[in-house]
Design a protein around this ligand. Structure first.
Ligand SMILES: [Zn+2]
Length: 208
């Protein structure tokens, strides 16, 4: 299954999806964990060793994850994350479940647990085989626009409006830069904050 720290860094030096605890909506569905009213525990192991566990309580259109985590040497903290679940008609008359990322609401099949359980975009995670992250691509795009406007490349660098350029054209380009910077922000800043995070071994006593 791959757990925290098992995947290592990819060649760009970023965390990859195999560094986080992965929660898969289809696996949960198969195990019955999405049935409203159901309480269950999801555990991760590396070899024979347990490396993480969360408790899951299912409601009509969401699940609530309860787990403990800590950053660096700090004390363990209780965490609670509500994740919306939606259903779509699938093959053979069935229904296919989707998570909605608690942060960006993006519809996804997998969430990744660092300190929070979010989609890979929000954590800025790459797939292990991916050579660059979304944020790198976004920054390259933004830098092209910066140079086009006569400015300097660089994160959060907003060039001024070139003479003769329509205000609306300029605003549209600047908006693209801001959106790209937000992607980088997510990737870089949040990742740093979560780097030292782990999940408690075992999860007994959560519901008591
Ligand atoms: Zn997200």
């Amino acid at each position: 299954m791959g757990g925290y720290g098992s995947g290592g860094w990819n060649r760009t030096g970023r965390l990859t999806t195999s560094d986080a605890l992965r929660l898969d909506v289809n696996s949960l569905n198969r195990s019955g964990a999405l049935v409203p009213g159901r309480y269950s525990t999801s555990t991760w192991t590396r070899g024979a060793e347990p490396i993480g566990a969360i408790n899951i309580s299912a409601a009509e259109d969401s699940i609530t994850l309860v787990y403990r985590s800590r950053t660096g040497d700090q004390d363990w903290a209780d965490n609670r994350e509500r994740v919306r679940v939606s259903w779509e008609p699938g093959g053979f008359g069935g229904q296919r479940p989707f998570f909605h990322c608690p942060d960006c609401t993006r519809r996804v099949l997998q969430l990744y647990g660092l300190r929070r359980y979010l989609c890979r975009h929000c954590h800025g995670l790459c797939y292990p085989s991916q050579r660059e992250c979304d944020s790198d691509r976004a920054q390259r795009r933004a830098n092209r626009i910066r140079v086009e406007l006569g400015g300097e490349p660089g994160w959060r660098n907003i060039p001024s409006r070139p003479k003769g350029m329509h205000r609306r054209t300029y605003d549209r380009l600047i908006n693209k830069i801001i959106v790209a910077d937000a992607v980088t922000d997510d990737g870089a800043v949040r990742l740093l904050a979560r780097l030292q995070t782990s999940v408690q071994k075992g999860a007994r006593g959560f519901w008591s």
